[in-house]
Ligand binder design. Structure first.
Ligand code: GLA
Ligand code: ZN
Length: 685
C-alpha cells in the first residue's frame, strides 16, 4: 500500500510563496496541475520567510488556503519543514545559526542548506516552527507526509559543533588514551594531552590523522541525522504521526545515509542524471542511476517502495551543459525509478520562478505558462500512464543479489594514502559490478555493511577495506550457510577507526577466501597485466594484488611481470557456500562473463528468461500474485528481445509466448506480467 491509497504519486516541488501577490497564477496552477495528471505537491520547502515573517509572528494562511484548495481538486500535499533556508531576521539576530568554515571563518547570511546543526537557537526555532505546522496541518486529510528540510549536507566548524564532536568522541572512546591509541597519534608527535585540544580536521590544521578525519565525517553525518530526528520529534510533539522523509542525494559523499535509516519511514531521492552527455552513453548513465536508485531504496529499513522526490521534467540549469531530454526519455527515465521500486515520479519544479538562480531550471510550466509545450505533454503522459499502473503500486523489489556500498568504507578508502592516490575508484568499482548484473537483467540491492545478508544468495563486496562491527563474521556465516560471496583486492585491511589490522589479511576472512594477501602493485594509468579465464584473455589495470591461496582453488593467473603465474582469481569452498576472490582490477568484459556464470549458479538469476541485447535491461517488482517486469531499452534505436517464457503485456494485454520477439522502440519501457513465482523470480509476499 502506498502513502496515497494505492496510487502512484505524480507531482513535485511547488512554491506558491513566490507568487503570493498573484492570485491569478495560484488559480491557474491548480487548473494546470489537473491537466498534467498531478496528484501531489511538495509544499513550503523554502517558505520560512513567508511562514514566520517576524520572529514569533506566524502566518500559515497561504499554506492553509493552498492545502485546502489543492485537496478539493484531488491534489495531496507532502508538507515541508522549512529548515532548508532561514529568514533574514534570524541570521542577523542570532548569528550562531550560521556556519563556521573549516578555516575558522564565520559565514554571512546567504544561500541555503547551511545552518549549524548544533546551534540551540536554530534547533529551538525549528522545533517551534515544526510543532506549529504539525498542530495545524497534520490532521488535514490533504497532507500525506512530511518532507523534512531539504537536501541536508555540509558541515559546521563552530565552537558548539567542535564541543559536540568532543562529546561524541568521549562517549565513543571512553578515555583520551584509547582515542590516542585508535588514532595512532604517536605518529608525528600528534598525541592529545587533553580533550580540549581535539579539533575538527582543517586545511589550516590537522588533516592527516585518518582516525580523526573518519570520526569527524561520522560525527557530521550523525549530527545531521540527529537534527533530522529532532525535526521529526517536533512534528510528533505537534501531534503528527504521518510518515516522514527527507530528500537524499544518491551517492552524495558528505553523509552516511545509513544514519537516517532508523529515522525515516520513507526514503526519497533527488535524481538528476546527465542524459545525452558528450562523455557517457545513456546506457552508462542508466546503469549509474539504476545503482543509485537501488542504494536509495535500501536506505529504507524495510526496503519497501520509496519515492523519487525530485527529477527535472526537461533540463537542469546547474549541470555543465543543460541538455534537453530527447523524445521518450522523460517517460523512460521516470519509469526507471518505478522499475526500481519508487512509488512516485516527482519533479523539481512545478513552475519556473521569474528570478533567483533557478529561473532557468526546467519546470513543468515555463515562463509562458502554457500547457502547449513538449515538456508539459511529456509530463502529462507520465501522469496518465502512472494511473494505468496502479496495480503495481506498493509491489516490492526483492533481489537475491546484494552489493555492499558502505559509506564509511568509502571515506576511509579514499583517505587511505595507499597504493593509488590518483583514483582508487571505489564507487566506480561498485558500479562496475552492479553494471555487469544490470546487463544480465539480474536485480540487486545496494546495501551498507550493517544490513542483514539473510535474504541473499550472492553478496558482492568490492574493496571492503574497512571492516566494521561483525561484518567479517557475518560474511563468513553467509558463505558457510550456502551463500556465494565475491570479494576483491583491498579487502579487510583496517578496523572501523582506520587502524591497520595486525596479522594476515583480509582480516577475519582469510579462512573464508582460503588465501592471504602479501602485497599490492599499483599500476599507472595506461599500464596493464592480463589473465586468462575460461580460455578468454582479460586486461587487468590499476591494482594487482599478490595473494597466496591456502585452500582456495586458482581459476586464473597473472600473465606478466615478476608475478606472472601467480593467482589472480580464486574460489574457495567454505561450509555450504563459496567465496570468490578477484585480486586485480578488471574491466566490464570480465565482470559480465564472470557473473554470467557465477550469479545464476549462486541463485541470483536474470529476472526474465531472454537474451538481452546491449543497452536493454529488466527489473522486477513483485506483487501479491503477480510479477511485473520492466523491460527497458536505453538505446536510441529500436530493438527486439527474444523472450523465452510466457508473459503478458500489462498495459495492452498482448500475450507473449516463448520464442516471441518483443519489440521495444528506442528509449522505451514495456511492462510485462506473469503469475508470481512462475518465472525466475521467487515469491516473497
Ligand atoms: C535540488 C534541490 C532543489 C533544486 C534542485 C535543482 O535537488 O533540492 O531545491 O535546487 O536541486 O536541480
Ligand atoms: Zn556549528
Amino acid at each position: 500500500m502506498s502513502i496515497l491509497h494505492g496510487k502512484f504519486l505524480h507531482g513535485g516541488d511547488y512554491n506558491p510563496d513566490q507568487w503570493l501577490d498573484r492570485p491569478d497564477i495560484l488559480e491557474e496552477d491548480v487548473r494546470q496541475m489537473k491537466r498534467a495528471g498531478v496528484n501531489v505537491v511538495s509544499l513550503g520547502i523554502f517558505a520560512w520567510a513567508a511562514l514566520e515573517p517576524e520572529e514569533g509572528k506566524y502566518d500559515f494562511s497561504f499554506l492553509e488556503e493552498r492545502i485546502q484548495t489543492l485537496y478539493e481538486n484531488g491534489i495531496h500535499t507532502i508538507l515541508a519543514t522549512p529548515s532548508g533556508a532561514r529568514p533574514m531576521w534570524m541570521a542577523f539576530r542570532y548569528p550562531e545559526v550560521l556556519r563556521v568554515r573549516a578555516e575558522g571563518q564565520k559565514e554571512l547570511m546567504g544561500e541555503r542548506h547551511n545552518h549549524c546543526y548544533t546551534s540551540p537557537v536554530y534547533r529551538e526555532k525549528v522545533w517551534e516552527m515544526n510543532r506549529r505546522l504539525a498542530e495545524k496541518f497534520a490532521g488535514h486529510p490533504g497532507v500525506i507526509a512530511w518532507h523534512i528540510s531539504n537536501e541536508y549536507g555540509g558541515a559546521c566548524w563552530c565552537e558548539k559543533c567542535q564541543e559536540a564532536f568532543r562529546g561524541y568522541l568521549k562517549q565513543k572512546y571512553g578515555s583520551l588514551e584509547e582515542l590516542n591509541r585508535q588514532w595512532w597519534t604517536a605518529f608525528w608527535s600528534h598525541r592529545y594531552d587533553c580533550w580540549e585540544h581535539v579539533q575538527a580536521p582543517s586545511p589550516l590544521g590537522e588533516s592527516d590523522t585518518h582516525g580523526l578525519n573518519l570520526d569527524w565525517r561520522r560525527f557530521c553525518s550523525r549530527q545531521t541525522a540527529d537534527f533530522c530526528a529532532w525535526e521529526k520529534k517536533a512534528l510528533e510533539a505537534g501531534g503528527s504521526s504521518l510518515p516522514v522523509t527527507t530528500n537524499l542525494m544518491g551517492f552524495y559523499d558528505g553523509l552516511d545515509y545509513a544514519d537516517f535509516r532508523d529515522i525515516l519511514e520513507l526514503s526519497s531521492w533527488d535524481s538528476y542524471p546527465e542524459w545525452h552527455s558528450g562523455e557517457k552513453s545513456d546506457v552508462q548513465t542508466a546503469v549509474e542511476i539504476a545503482c543509485t536508485a537501488d542504494y536509495m531504496r535500501c536506505i529504507q529499513k524495510d526496503r519497501k517502495p520509496f519515492l523519487l522526490m525530485e527529477s527535472t521534467p526537461s533540463a537542469t540549469n546547474w549541470q555543465r551543459f543543460s541538455r534537453l531530454k530527447r523524445p521518450r526519455m522523460h517517460m523512460l527515465s521516470s519509469l526507471q525509478a518505478v522499475a526500481h521500486g519508487a512509488d512516485s515520479v516527482q519533479y523539481f519544479q512545478w513552475r519556473k520562478g521569474r528570478g533567483g538562480s533557478e529561473k532557468f531550471h526546467g519546470a513543468v510550466l515555463d515562463h509562458d505558462a502554457t500547457d502547449d509545450t513538449r515538456v508539459f505533454r511529456d509530463v502529462a503522459e507520465v501522469g496518465s500512464r502512472l494511473q494505468g499502473l496502479e496495480k503495481i503500486c506498493g509491489s516490492l523489489v526483492r533481489p537475491r543479489a546484494a552489493i555492499l556500498l558502505d559509506q564509511e568504507n568509502r571515506w576511509a578508502l579514499e583517505d587511505s594514502r595507499g597504493p593509488r592516490n590518483d583514483g582508487i575508484h571505489y564507487l566506480e568499482t561498485v558500479k562496475a559490478h552492479y553494471g555487469a548484473l544490470w546487463k544480465l537483467g539480474i536485480p540487486a540491492d545496494v546495501i551498507s555493511s550493517d544490513c542483514s545478508l539473510e535474504e541473499y544468495r550472492l553478496v558482492i563486496a568490492p574493496m571492503l577495506y574497512l571492516l566494521k562491527g561483525d561484518i567479517a563474521e557475518r560474511l563468513k556465516a553467509f558463505v558457510d550457510g550456502g551463500g556465494t560471496l565475491v570479494g576483491t583486492y583491498q579487502t579487510g585491511l583496517v578496523n572501523e577507526n582506520d587502524l591497520c589490522f595486525e596479522g594476515r589479511v583480509p582480516h577475519g576472512l582469510t579462512e573464508v577466501f582460503g588465501l592471504y594477501r602479501e602485497e599490492i602493485d599499483a599500476l599507472w594509468d595506461g599500464q596493464c597485466n592480463h589473465m586468462v579465464w575460461n580460455d578468454r584473455e582479460y586486461v587487468l589495470t590499476e591494482l594487482c594484488e599478490r595473494i597466496h591461496p591456502s585452500s582456495a582453488a586458482v581459476l586464473a593467473r597473472y600473465q606478466e611481470d615478476f608475478y606472472a603465474g601467480e593467482p589472480v582469481l580464486t574460489v574457495n569452498e567454505s561450509g555450504r557456500g563459496k567465496a570468490y576472490y578477484i585480486a586485480a582490477h578488471t574491466g566490464m568484459d570480465f565482470l559480465y562473463d564472470f557473473y554470467l556464470e557465477t550469479a545464476p549458479a549462486a541463485g541470483a538469476v536474470p529476472c526474465m528468461k531472454a537474451a538481452l541485447p546491449e543497452g536493454v535491461t529488466v527489473t522486477v517488482r513483485t506483487g501479491k500474485e503477480t510479477d511485473y517486469l520492466f523491460v527497458q531499452n536505453w538505446n536510441p534505436e529500436d530493438v527486439a528481445v527474444t523472450v523465452e517464457e510466457k508473459l503478458t503485456d500489462f498495459e495492452s494485454g498482448e500475450r507473449i509466448g516463448a520464442g516471441d520477439s518483443l519489440k521495444l522502440p528506442g528509449y522505451s519501457v514495456r511492462i510485462l506480467e506473469r503469475p508470481a513465482g512462475s518465472g525466475n523470480t521467487e515469491h516473497f509476499e
